[in-house]
Ligand binder design. Sequence first.
Ligand SMILES: Nc1ncnc2c1ncn2[C@@H]1O[C@H](COP(=O)(O)OP(=O)(O)OP(=O)(O)O)[C@@H](O)[C@H]1O
Length: 606
Amino acid sequence: MGTALLAKPKNFMPPKPLKNTQSDRYYLGRLWRDYIWPQRGKLFAAIFFMALLAAATAAYTEVIKRVVDEAQDLETSGKALTSAMEYAKIIIPFLIGVPIISGIANYAQRILTNSIALHAIGNMQKAMFQSAHNADYAAFSRQPTGNLISKFTNDVTIISNAIIRVLGNLFRDVLVVILLIGAMLYHNWQLSLVMAVFLIAFLPIIHISRKMRGNAQDVQQHNGLITSQLKESFTGARLIKTYNLEASEAKRLHQSFDKRIDLFLKLITQQARVDPILEVIGGLAIAGIVIFGAYLVNAGAGTGGSIAAVLVALLLLSPKLRALGTLNNVLQEGLSASARIFEVIDTQPTITDAAGAVSLGAVKGSLSFKNVSFSYEDGTQALSDISFSVQAGETIALVGASGGGKSTVVNLIPRLYDVDAGEITLDGLNIQKVTLQSLRQNIALVSQNVTLFDDSVMNNIGLGNIDASEEAIIKAAKQADAHDFIMALPQGYNTRLGEDGLSLSGGQRQRLSIARAILRGAPLLLLDEATSALDAKSESKVQAALELLMKDRTSVVIAHRLSTVRNADRIYVLDAGRIIESGKHETLKKKKGGAYARLLSLQMHS
Ligand SMILES: Nc1ncnc2c1ncn2[C@@H]1O[C@H](COP(=O)(O)OP(=O)(O)OP(=O)(O)O)[C@@H](O)[C@H]1O
């Protein structure tokens, strides 16, 4: 038997494909309304500096024009040093002033847009985390955890980049483009009109950009997959090592890493095409300006400075146009990531407080199941018409073959799932009519899969009751017979356990879990006994701690230890979601051909 109470939900379903039912406008509107507009102060400041930057960029063309024209004057007038000084006086303030303004504006707008993006995604992460934790327990079985984690890391990064790009491109670059085109027309309209021909050259780039969008999505999806695989691989280190699966795991991950290389290379290959195309087009445009410009100067339709100004404007313009050309991709990637994130944020829990739910206070602990039936989301009928009662302070043991429904019974008590039919009562009250918080306050859980966090021993036990004092925590540890081994750890109660407490033995982990439950002080105890073979000394320590914990509490135990079964007030044998036998150990074991007697003899012969 391998009951994994409250461990990873079973029958892992593949992630459902995202139903992207909302339009792009919806996601854009929501991003704007909920995450950008609340930071409007910063946004307006950013726009101001962007406008300043745009103006400074356009002013460069005027600087160049003056530099060239004044130099030409100097050359044609043939005057010496005094004029050179004059020239410097005119030119230098421009040459220094414009970059200073541009630099300050650039710095400020960059900090501001990044801050807007970071705060936006920070708030998204908070909302997403809140919703993910409030979601039904079942929601965690709908997608691999790695997928969910990837939304917190990869997807938010995509959105952050998109926000920075979109704000920059829309407010800064559009302004720069408008001002530069204006400057070009102002300096030499004939030459500028000829340049318009080169805009046609951007068509192939738009085509490439479309293709890139599909590939970028593939890369993102694959990143999510790698996160999942890495997580599985590291959390499953024990299984992998004992089953010698290192090579096959390495193969699996290597394939994924290789695929990532392929997908990225495909994307980069497309991106890389853009630059040479632009360079050739740029070269042609410059040649056009130089030739046509020379013609215009000869014809008296422009000065050398104005031709140079148009040339500079064109050079400044092309990266901006290019960025605007790929803006749609970035926006689309951002919107897809938003869809994935809003899906989590919008997940509504179905297991919630009913209208008028009452708060339970401390219960005595009598529990009953009345004609309870339950099926999982995928249709697996896990319990059919189950009824039993436990008086306050009694211990019942659930036994039976794997898949019989023991964990499901236990999962229904803290309402990790809600029954389909029938009712569960605690102290006579239907648990669906009391607040979730007060129901769970009355329940302590000790599972064979002890969840330990990367935190101190003190805080790990303290999770049982986050208001508990250090003295109370130490007292609970002593009662759970954990104090001595904790004191022997390098920093005693302040020792950090490392991820999932890997440095502790199975028995030690269980005693921490028992200490946590003792600290909780809840009258109803749900216990998934460990099946893992503990050595005799460790087992007897755990057993003693458990007995102390169960004393005076109502205990529902998924039982593996013979001693628990023997001492239970009643044993329920579950098979295919039904109770097929119940009674005391002494009675059931004598029942010829009975299910319990069979289980017992199986255990004894195994
Ligand atoms: N999250 C889930 N989604 C779908 N079906 C599930 C889920 N969890 C359990 N089941 C199914 O419900 C039935 C009862 O399972 P349950 O885990 O309650 O049995 P169990 O007696 O605790 O088994 P074991 O001793 O192996 O842990 C089984 O058919 C199981 O496959």
